[in-house]
Design a protein. Sequence first.
Lengths: 347, 347
Amino acid sequence: LSKDWRKRARERLNNLAIPIGSLGRMLDLAEQLAAIKETLQPSVKKKAIVTMAGDHGVVEEGVSTCPQEVTPQMVYNFVAGGAGINVLAEVAGAEVTVVDMGVAQDFEDLVAQGKILSHKVDYGTGNMVKGPAMTREQAVQSLEAGVNIAAGLVREGVELLGTGDMGIGNTTPSSAIFAAFTGRQVWQVTGRGTGISEQVLEHKIQVIEKALQVNKPDPNDPLDVLAKVGGFEIGGIAGVILGAAYYKVPVVVDGFISTAGALLAQRIAPQAVDYMIAGHCSMEYPHQMMLEELGLSSVLSMNMRLGEGTGAALAMCIIEGAAAVIGKMMTFEECGVARNKSKEYVQ
Amino acid sequence: LSKDWRKRARERLNNLAIPIGSLGRMLDLAEQLAAIKETLQPSVKKKAIVTMAGDHGVVEEGVSTCPQEVTPQMVYNFVAGGAGINVLAEVAGAEVTVVDMGVAQDFEDLVAQGKILSHKVDYGTGNMVKGPAMTREQAVQSLEAGVNIAAGLVREGVELLGTGDMGIGNTTPSSAIFAAFTGRQVWQVTGRGTGISEQVLEHKIQVIEKALQVNKPDPNDPLDVLAKVGGFEIGGIAGVILGAAYYKVPVVVDGFISTAGALLAQRIAPQAVDYMIAGHCSMEYPHQMMLEELGLSSVLSMNMRLGEGTGAALAMCIIEGAAAVIGKMMTFEECGVARNKSKEYVQ
């Protein structure tokens, strides 16, 4: 990001007719938006959430409370408008683009009607306990799909992107990706997903450990990590984030699965982090650790753990507020308020 | 609040097509909104923030970094639309009503043009180090003004209220009110306001201790506390909250000063707490303690400490999201998604 624009933004923010620093994290968001968009009046009015769906061969190991058919059922729910992401995106004024990245079922009807995009890489990944989740070519294909979707939305004028996921079992590859890149112990980075019991959690940890042993993903090769222990929607999300960074559009990263995509994006292009905003901190407990790994601090902390892009959508109103803080508030000079002698401070 | 409506709301929320509990605090907000409005489709579309301004005789003791004339200057800034509350309320879709509760200056022009409401009780409170901040009659008058303003907004169809404040020096009476009601040591409940130095903070603590010694407010008599160590805008805010509760409209409480008003409202009518939503947790460090005293947990935590209603405005989008969660999301039965076996859990 442009250091010059960061400086110009901070100068304006420090001159707003408020005690210095008193809008806290809103000022940091405002500075980031201004630096990304290289203007002191950044607009994030036109918003889009990309919700990527995919299935996971590893569910046959019994790592989720949900049957796999819930993935396509939820795709139909997204189209019907009754899911969390639909109602929260509406409040935020964001359009939702649902993408089939690799659900184990076809949606000819929805694709034909233009209700979802199909970038189907395959009918679900392979079971990573038995071999790689996908081929290296498929990993590239899933990333490229995400980049292209971001490009299309930017071309339509989208000024703020958000990511979301749907895929039964997808906390399992997300934890595997985190462990693969960082060498952390699997039990440290594995949570309870949709709400599995302690016993199933133990089993999930063993499944991930086995997948890492069998596949030996190379932490220095992000494509290898994605191919061996990733997922099509996770690759797609990483692609959306890379596309957002390429086109200089801020991207709100949702929860645990989206952040696994963000981690992939960061390992491919470290400067992509500058374009990311962590929408919320999920209840999936390793999420906080993953955000720290990326150097991100979340906008919201609402004890949510739903995915779909719900945390990203909810944060978009706050981010729009930050754009208004730098773009529309007046400085001491502009509004004729007496400058005070307050100093910035941290508790 | 109606236990029956709470139960009906929770039943629906537990049947939404999501892993049970996975929308976290959004579900608690949704339940509260449904119980307040006694419907499973609560609307909070029409929103208003009441920003109350008042001056404080105690500023002559040197407890703030800002000169007193900043209070009226900021009132003009609110009317010009360049303040934080203007731009954040706009993002939330909330109207801002600015009220002169007792600024040490007249605003004939603004009142005549209908740009602010005048419920001026006096030209600033008395210096509470030398005697009561106001008479008991003035305390009643400030509460009544708030109740009447809430009533007027509810009559206009407002479905979600928010509070805000402007008044140089008003963290001082807010800390005094907190100490007076709870018997906490003054140093425990006194923060740095707009950003005073350690040295001025020491002095501020002594000023509040002296005001409490001189006035001896009776903690069992909320009107006595308001009269002796309060402020006109703080009484007005308490009135807005009482009015909201009376008319069964949820009210978003802003930061430290608004929460001092909320504490007054709770001591007058304990059940008023059921109608309160804490918009954010302020950087003014005793704010968190004050929220705990009320049993409230804040929606946002953005390191803000500006007042004006900015934290309330920012939280309104989230609250609107919660209304949509209960009002618009589909249950498993409604959307035909397979019910999973997940259990609610807390990390």
